[in-house]
Design a protein around this ligand. Structure first.
Ligand code: CA
Length: 390
């Protein structure tokens, strides 16, 4: 029917016309159609007043343009890619070579999975209550390092750090390198603060997968009293393709109850839980299927909370959900949890693993339900561990 002849560009496939994620190739902005990309700069004159936005070298001008422009662009793109003949100037190219699609402004990482928070509490503080008393009242988060957010496919160099041994602190390559499978929200629209949850939605352009690489031995020694620092700031990987929030209309769900009321500034009229189903592959073996619908706090509540004190949300901000873990063992979104602090090794591609070894590859993918039984895809986030610098 459509001029795009790609078996992966049908409504039965995650990157069919219901998805249309944006990325950036060395030649500029492109939209993913199946397993190929459609560069937009050569067909910019088909977009009228949006021509400059689609001709840019990163998504940032589009992020800043706001919800009305995003909807208009998506509607026009849908017309163009589902037409029976190709728009003048259109060519399809391989997905290879995609770069980080936007300049990351601020990067904030939350902690919104009750199962993850309880598992980590039990592993790190076995003698205390697994969940701290603020957790059901505040979307807990910390400010990460925007400058070391890297695009999917970037090799991850095993980081050095300080960690505790029975003989005192030592410095060297981490021995407990881990992943955190997360969902990231890419912000846009006008610079704003003190957002309500319903206003926050107009400041989210799209969704991408995030792997928050974590050095657990470094983290365990440094995290009290001020939280994660060098144990996480060496690298955070993000998908090369950002799926527009509009594609997730059918995937909305109500999150599990917190067990107490929240303060009025965090109340959502209609909650923004999302039924996104993640899959984590370790060296090609599927080791976990974390369910995002089990997350207790939504991105709308997270944005309302982070801007509640007057802090601004601006285009290019990246808001990550926190590790996605469900109640079952094969739904845990980190290897810390899967191996229960390293005590219960996991069988991976015929070998026993607790944490990551040099040469290991982790690939995270996800889908969500779309209209008419279709699937909406989130592009993979993949990374391979390379040896520590000497
Ligand atoms: Ca994290």
């Amino acid at each position: 029917m459509t001029w795009i002849e790609d078996p992966a560009f049908t409504a039965d496939e995650p990157f069919g016309p219901q998805t249309l994620p944006y990325g950036v190739l060395p030649t500029g902005i492109a939209v993913r159609v199946g397993d190929q990309a459609l560069p937009l700069r050569p067909i910019a004159d088909h977009f009228g007043r949006l021509a400059d936005l689609v001709s840019a070298s990163s998504l940032n001008p589009l992020l800043a343009a706001g919800r009305t422009a995003w909807s208009e662009l998506r509607a026009r793109l849908t017309e163009l890619v589902t037409a029976s003949s190709a728009p003048r100037g259109a060519t399809l190219v391989p997905l290879d070579g995609a770069v980080l699609p936007f300049d990351v402004a601020d990067y904030v990482d939350f902690y919104s999975s009750r199962n993850h928070a309880e598992n980590v509490g039990r592993i790190f503080r076995p003698d205390g209550e697994p969940l701290l008393p603020n957790w059901t009242h505040i979307p807990i988060g910390y400010h990460g390092r925007a400058g070391t957010v890297v695009v999917s496919g970037t090799p991850i160099v095993r980081p050095h750090g300080q960690r505790r041994t029975s003989d005192g602190p030592v410095f060297g390559p981490t021995g407990r390198l881990d992943i955190e499978a997360e969902v990231g929200f890419v912000c846009g629209g006008p610079v704003a603060s003190r957002l309500t949850p319903s206003q926050a939605v107009d400041h989210v352009f799209g969704v991408a997968l995030v792997n928050d690489w974590s050095a657990r031995d470094v983290q365990a020694w440094e995290y009290q009293p001020l939280g994660p620092f060098l144990g996480k700031s060496f690298a955070t990987s993000v998908s090369a393709w950002v799926t527009p929030l509009e594609a997730f209309a059918v995937a909305r769900v109500t999150p599990p109850p917190l067990g107490n009321d929240v303060l009025p500034y965090l109340v959502e009229e209609r909650p923004w839980g999302l039924d996104i189903r993640l899959e984590v592959e370790w060296n090609g073996d599927l080791v976990s299927k974390p369910p995002f619908r089990a997350m207790s706090w939504t991105f709308a509540q997270q944005l309302a909370h982070l801007s509640a004190n007057g802090a601004t949300v601006r285009p290019g901000d990246l808001i990550a959900s926190g590790t996605v873990s469900g109640p079952a063992r094969d739904e845990r979104g980190s290897f810390l949890e899967l191996s229960w602090g390293g005590r219960e090794p996991v069988r991976v591609a015929g070998e026993e693993r607790t944490f990551l070894e040099d040469g290991d590859t982790v690939r995270i993918t996800a889908t969500a339900p779309g209209e008419h039984g279709s699937l909406v895809g989130l592009a993979e986030v993949v990374g391979t561990i390379t040896p520590a610098d000497v």
